[in-house]
Design a protein around this ligand. Structure first.
Ligand SMILES: Cc1cc2nc3c(=O)[nH]c(=O)nc-3n(C[C@H](O)[C@H](O)[C@H](O)COP(=O)(O)OP(=O)(O)OC[C@H]3O[C@@H](n4cnc5c(N)ncnc54)[C@H](O)[C@@H]3O)c2cc1C
Length: 385
């Protein structure tokens, strides 16, 4: 059992125990300072790579651990319990890039990049969002124009996680903006490609402050047909397929954040005394703890259900969106209540609860906002005219 949810398979326990140990030994000790300094904790990520986690979902022939989606939920949950910046790095590197390439890339592309991604020799990034194309991904303007026997990419991408140090990008561009989603094409672009420049996004983020959020400029980056992932005009499916993997990581990361809030609140309300009693003995506090525990369990079960569908190879887009929607909304709600229940101690960075509170809103924005998840769920139920 883990936190009341049965683990029927021994490989789940192995994954959970390894990730829980690494979260405590490698990630937690650096999380607070990395957030304060706004510096990506590269040494901690390299330590995770040495344990094989940067290849967790890849098969052994590409240097991976061969973990399935259920095992991966443990990875994201355990790391997300202590830090969303490194968990976010992993969701992008593993879900949006490595698993996306495993699903859509040709054998030669996989051979070129997956072993390097698995070892951590290169970090991966997924470049979809543009200044004028966020939720409406089919509106991207980055143009892939014919150039001899290849193409040239011109455009701008924003908010690209891992974007400063990534050694490979999946860049989404359009061969014809008028075609909307039918023009979108995915390209594998090496980090050192001529014409590609990156810089840190302006401003200081609310949360995920140890993540790299980059603005990319593609100024005539030359690509060949061998760099197309999937088919020309088939990139929208690649983008959405990547999101099925990535969103599951965000949902499981939110479960970790919820569990961290529940643990912190349990600990604190049992210790803190006011009016001659433990504050845990007040019914208004108990109501909040009970509801937080129910939502945490529900978020975990929705996430594991979506992961189980992935393991079975079943269609799961709706269930992944349900898990992401519920878990990330609950994470926002309960991280705010956790700050409240800690009183003034929740308002300062001596404890991680204020960081959880600042990290939670990002979870409901990236990889499709909570409003967009509702559109996905409703469309799956109602169909389209
Ligand atoms: C921390 C962080 C990391 C990120 N990492 C990446 C990354 O690695 N790669 C990448 O490509 N992008 C990344 N993004 C970008 C992210 O995916 C987008 O911010 C997100 O998709 C929303 O797009 P937008 O910000 O342009 O908001 P907009 O699309 O402009 O939306 C603004 C508001 O309008 C609402 N809205 C839009 N359309 C509809 C509709 N049809 N119906 C109802 N409401 C609607 C939205 O829900 C939102 O509330 C990241 C963002 C953040 C904050």
């Amino acid at each position: 059992m883990t936190d009341g949810v049965a683990l029927p398979r021994p490989q789940d326990e192995v994954a959970r125990d390894l990730c829980r140990r690494l979260a405590a030994e490698v990630v937690e000790p650096v999380a607070r300072q990395a957030d304060v300094d706004r510096v990506f904790p590269a040494a901690a990520v390299r330590a995770l790579a040495e344990e094989g986690l940067l290849g967790a979902p890849l098969p052994e022939r590409w240097g991976g651990l061969g973990w399935d989606a259920l095992q991966l939920t443990h990875l994201y949950e355990e790391i997300g319990r202590v830090d969303q910046s490194i968990r976010g790095f992993l969701s992008v590197h593993l879900g949006l890039v490595s698993q996306c390439l495993l699903q859509f890339a040709r054998e030669s592309q996989q051979a070129a990049w997956l072993p390097r991604l698995a070892s951590g020799d290169v970090f991966g990034a997924y470049a979809l969002t543009e200044p004028q194309a966020g939720s409406d991904a089919a509106a991207i303007a980055t143009h892939a124009a014919p150039d001899g026997d290849g193409l040239r990419l011109r455009g701008e991408k924003v908010w690209i996680t891992n974007g400063l140090s990534a050694g490979v990008f999946i860049v989404f561009a359009t061969v014809d903006p008028a075609l909307r989603h039918k023009g979108v094409t995915a390209f594998l672009v090496p980090g050192d490609a001529a014409g590609l420049t990156r810089e840190r996004m302006p401003g200081r983020e609310l949360g995920h402050r140890a993540s790299e959020h980059a603005r990319l400029l593609l100024d005539g980056v030359r690509v060949t047909k061998e760099q197309v992932v999937g088919d020309v005009g088939g990139g929208f499916d690649v983008a959405m397929g990547g999101l099925d993997h990535g969103r599951l990581g965000v949902a499981a990361g939110a479960v970790g954040l919820l569990q961290a809030c529940l643990d912190a609140t349990t600990r604190f309300t049992r210790e803190r005394r006011q009016f001659g009693k433990r504050i845990a003995d007040f019914q208004m506090v108990q109501e909040r703890v009970a509801d937080m525990a129910v939502d945490t369990a529900a978020a975990r079960l929705l996430t594991r259900r979506a992961a189980a569908l992935a393991v079975a190879g079943a269609e799961r887009t709706k269930e992944v969106s349900m898990a992401k929607l519920f878990a990330t909304e609950a994470a926002c709600r309960w991280s705010a209540e956790t700050v409240l229940l800690h009183g003034s101690r929740g308002y300062v960075d001596e404890l991680p609860v204020e960081r959880h509170f600042r990290d939670a809103p990002g979870l409901r924005i990236y990889e499709g906002t909570s409003l967009v998840q509702r559109i996905v769920i409703a469309r799956a139920i109602l169909g389209r005219a």
